[in-house]
Design a protein around this ligand. Structure first.
Ligand code: MG
Ligand code: ZN
Length: 225
């Protein structure tokens, strides 16, 4: 007798649920002195994501909170098909988690219309009570991950063992590289697609959430998910 595994979805936020990376957008808009060097170091992985994101936000005095929050919210666009995709998962009882390297001040308000339970949203936090913006890291790496992720997708995923779950990761970039190695199936865009090809991870490139919905529907109908 075969025991069916439960599909479970872990979805990135920046550049995945939203069309663009909101951290990159904030930095490119406000251009705090020195941000470019840090962003490039994160993207080429010469420094960790936690160090890079922490250092970038520390370039801003806390007094700029309101303009940064407003800008982040006004420029963000939700990727096509997201609401329909969530409805589909709900109809199939497939659990959905947001695993984001982004920051709560934009992740939470942008997700508000979609009725995702708070304990299904993993992201970083910001505090604005010091001289400069400080990012806090409520979900750090735990053994076996020592990548200094900031928000560790590997650590979130490991609570859902491969014996019981088919772990599906959706993402686009550097914050997804470690989690993708643990996933059973990856829906990828951008540099995550290139990385999956390099390291031989099972992946399906996508542009909109409709693409993912169609592929999942097909796989469920075929009994391969
Ligand atoms: Mg991303
Ligand atoms: Zn980690």
């Amino acid at each position: 007798m075969t025991s069916r595994k439960t599909p479970i979805v872990f979805c990135d936020f920046d550049g995945t649920i939203t069309a663009n990376d909101n951290i990159v957008a904030i930095m490119k808009h406000f251009k705090p002195e020195g941000y470019e060097e840090i962003i490039n170091a994160v993207l080429d992985q010469s420094i960790s994501i936690r160090e890079g994101v922490g250092r970038m936000f520390a370039l801003f005095p806390s007094s700029r909170k309101d303009e940064i929050v407003s800008y982040a919210l006004e420029q963000a666009v939700i990727r096509e098909g997201f609401a329909e995709f969530l409805d589909y998962l709900k109809s199939k009882d497939i659990p959905f988690y947001v695993t984001s390297g982004g920051i709560d001040f934009f992740v939470d308000p942008l997700l508000k219309p979609f009725d995702i339970p708070a304990d299904h949203i993993f992201c970083n936090s910001a505090v604005f009570d010091g001289d400069h913006i400080q990012i806090t890291w409520p979900h750090p790496c735990q053994d076996p991950c020592s990548n200094d992720c900031g928000m560790c997708k590997v650590t979130v995923i490991k609570d859902y063992p491969a014996e019981k779950y088919t772990r599906i990761l959706i993402g686009d970039s550097v914050t997804d590289f470690e989690g993708a190695k643990k996933a059973d199936l990856v829906y990828s865009r951008s540099t995550l697609t290139e990385r999956c090809e390099e390291i031989g991870v099972n992946h399906v490139p996508f542009e909109t959430f409709n693409d993912i919905l169609e592929d999942m529907k097909h796989k469920l109908n075929q009994g391969v998910l």
